[in-house]
Design a protein around this ligand. Structure first.
Ligand SMILES: [Zn+2]
Ligand SMILES: [Zn+2]
Ligand SMILES: [Zn+2]
Ligand SMILES: [Zn+2]
Length: 229
């Protein structure tokens, strides 16, 4: 087990977000591994193919017979980088390590006034339990499956939407020189993905419709889209 070949680590890396993925696996039609959050929230694999239903018994069984290292901890010896020593874990041990043992994946909740510290793997569970329900948005145009559009009011606000694999905290603000909302001033809209387990890249854009008093926000996933944009 000490000599596991690097190709195995590559084999179990999620094709869409790149993070380590553990069985049960979900594969796209081109047989790329996708991690559970990507398989659940992405309409497609980053290659553009749809993700198929499992089970993939042979792959699940084979990988379950191997051991892997924690993706957060350091080298086998506690090293100069201050990270705790890593070791080889069976798949069920690694699941447990991530959920309750690993000391390297603490993640402070970004909600104003909340001082909860979650784990990278469970931060999203905390959002739903403590700050939910959270709006889940999905693509409406099948040809633009990597893009979600939604309308918001132009009032200053902070809110969270669940889009694809991410939890996005949006802030709508106006320059402080404009007291209250002014029709002639454009708001500043920032977006921050607060799901630390999500490795995907996104961009956002928005348009203000002055007549309707509505802002249309577009969030696009950019990971893996270099070829078809
Ligand atoms: Zn993934
Ligand atoms: Zn694929
Ligand atoms: Zn660890
Ligand atoms: Zn919180």
């Amino acid at each position: 087990m000490e000599y596991i070949c690097p190709q195995i680590e590559q084999l179990i890396s999620c094709y869409t977000c790149g993070s380590q993925s553990l069985p049960p696996f979900q594969l796209c039609e081109a047989a790329h591994v996708n991690c559970p959050p990507c398989a659940k929230y992405m309409a497609r694999c980053a290659c553009g193919d749809v993700i198929t239903d499992g089970p993939h018994v042979l792959l699940d069984w084979t990988v379950t017979a191997l051991k892997f290292r924690c993706k957060h901890c350091g080298a086998a010896d506690a090293g100069d980088d201050g990270r705790p020593a890593n070791r080889w874990y069976a798949v069920h041990e690694l699941h447990r390590h991530y959920r309750s043992e690993c000391t390297r994946n603490a993640y402070p909740c970004p909600w104003a006034g909340c001082d909860y510290v979650a784990r990278v793997e469970t931060a999203a569970d905390h959002y739903d339990a403590a700050h939910g329900p959270i709006d889940v948005l999905t693509p409406t145009d099948p040809d633009r499956w990597y893009e979600v559009q939604f309308a918001i009011s132009p009032m200053p606000a902070e809110f969270v939407k669940k889009i694809f694999n991410g939890y996005f905290m949006f802030t709508v603000k106006y320059p402080s020189s404009h007291r209250r909302r002014n029709r002639d001033s454009n708001p500043c809209i920032t977006m921050r993905n607060i799901n630390p387990a999500d490795q995907l890249q996104y961009t956002h854009d928005w348009e203000l419709y002055t007549n309707g008093n509505v802002i249309t926000v577009t969030v696009s996933m950019t990971t893996g889209l270099d070829d078809n944009s």
